[in-house]
Design a protein around this ligand. Structure first.
Ligand code: PEP
Ligand code: MN
Length: 449
């Protein structure tokens, strides 16, 4: 048995025997079956070769040879599947990775939270407004955000539309990268129009100039260096809606196993990571590298069996643990987990998500995060790992290339009053361009001292 993939007691549908949290209620089983059958016929969005290449790169990150940058929207939407939104998000991630490569002197593994990030866990099944209760919005793959019975109905046709929008996004990202958009010789391609006025612009431009000088110097000696004209970009999403994930799970005979071929790197959200739940059952049987979000209430006694269920062979690169504790809780919650995992010799990649434990509501009704709390959690994460003798090998962020005002603080000191200016997120508040770049600079300062 390897990863449970050869296991006779697993099938892409075996999760259906377990308790599946956070799933919508589909009214018409025949309509759902018709849509998933159609989805199962569509070509995959990624290949098993790419998936295994990412697993190898994640194994290298575990060994301290790479740093993972994973980021994108909390939730993608069909309406935002457009050229500027996709390319601006790519620009921010490329700029951040440039800062990280330059500062860490290490290859950066780039993984987008995109091309499939359409399903959201919710705290309640229904939402009530003015005495009217309707099903909660669960992401564009399930239903629509408008507060009407028609929009909130779980519509199986959205499974097909989500796959199509993922493919459109993926196709554009691949075309941009193949066309030279990520060429290190031309970082000016990644400038966002409003960046010129950023307080961080000067520091960023100094780094770009430094990299340009080094590149020209090396190429004078050695000729053009192919690796600098292209970068790899992988995709990830929370594999929450199991009917969707089952339909995009395919057997790959050459690699003797089942792969989720809708994304390179699916993850299990904090709310659906129960050992005996449907999500863990689904994930144990696929051969992709996978991640699990770990919140502050998880104990070592819960975490170790989960690791064993998901990575029974202790395979390198297979399992990433993304801790999301909150600035106030990380100092207490993280060390026992690091100790237990290290003591038992479990191979994992540790990644910090400093966003999801720091969400709060303002007095004027916005869901926000304070930049100081995000920075504080990340800062502590580096120190706690250093003290434990483990390595923080990456970050997981919610960000956008748009000039939004969703998180307070940062270089421009956004206040609660600023939130109403450009709050666009349908779900969680994202870092804007400047706040993202500032965080990348912080990571460099923490890592190199
Ligand atoms: C998310 O990543 O958007 C999310 C819901 O995270 P978590 O599962 O950590 O709460
Ligand atoms: Mn989120």
């Amino acid at each position: 048995m390897s990863n449970g993939t050869q296991s006779e007691d697993w099938a892409p549908s075996s999760w259906q025997q377990r308790r599946a949290l956070q799933q919508p209620h589909y009214e018409d089983a025949a309509e759902l079956a018709q849509a998933t059958a159609q989805l199962a016929q569509l070509p995959p969005l990624v290949t098993s070769w790419e998936v295994l290449a990412l697993k190898q790169a994640l194994a290298e990150a575990q060994e301290g040879k790479r740093f993972l940058l994973q980021g994108g929207d909390c939730a993608e939407s069909f309406a935002d599947c457009s050229s500027p939104i996709i390319s601006n998000r790519l620009k921010v991630l490329l700029q951040m990775s440039l800062v990280l490569v330059h500062g860490l002197k290490q290859p950066v593994l780039r993984v987008g939270r995109f091309a499939g990030q359409y399903a959201k866990p919710r705290s309640a099944d229904t939402e009530t407004r003015d005495g009217v209760a309707l099903p909660s919005f669960r992401g564009d793959v399930v239903n629509g955000p408008e507060f009407t019975p028609a929009a909130r109905r779980a519509d199986p046709q959205r499974l097909i539309r989500a796959h199509a929008h993922s493919a459109l996004t993926m196709n554009f990202v691949r075309a941009l990268i193949d066309g030279g958009f990520a060429d290190l010789h031309h970082p000016e391609y990644w400038d966002l129009a409003w960046v010129e006025h950023s307080p961080l612009a000067a520091e960023y431009r100094r780094m770009v100039a430094g990299i340009g000088d080094s590149l020209r110097f090396m190429e004078t000696l050695a000729g053009p260096i192919a690796g600098f004209t292209k970068v790899d970009f992988f995709t990830s999403h929370e594999a929450l809606l199991l009917h969707y994930e089952q339909a995009v799970t395919r057997q790959v005979p050459r690699h003797r196993g089942w792969f989720n071929l809708s994304t390179h790197f699916p993850w299990i959200g904090m709310r659906t990571a129960a050992l005996d739940g449907a999500h863990v059952e689904y994930f144990r049987g696929i051969r992709n590298p996978i991640a699990v979000k770990v919140g502050p209430s998880v104990t070592p006694d819960q975490l170790l069996p989960l690791i064993d269920a998901l990575n029974p062979q202790n395979e390198a690169g297979r399992l990433t643990l993304i801790h999301r504790m909150g600035n106030a809780k990380i100092a207490e919650a993280l060390p026992p987990l690091l100790q237990a995992v290290m003591r038992d010799g479990r191979r994992v990649l540790w990644v910090a998500d400093p966003m999801h434990g720091n969400t709060e509501s303002t007095s004027n009704g916005y869901k926000t995060r304070r930049f100081d709390n995000i920075r504080g959690e990340l800062d502590q994460a580096f120190d706690i790992h250093a003290a434990a003798g483990t390595r923080l090998g990456g970050v997981h962020l919610e960000l956008t290339g748009e000039d939004v005002t969703e998180c307070t603080g940062g270089a421009r000191g956004l206040s609660e009053a600023d939130l109403q200016r450009a709050y666009k997120s349908m779900v969680d508040p994202r870092l804007n361009y400047e706040q993202s770049l500032e965080l990348a600079m912080l990571i460099v300062r923490k890592s190199v001292g």
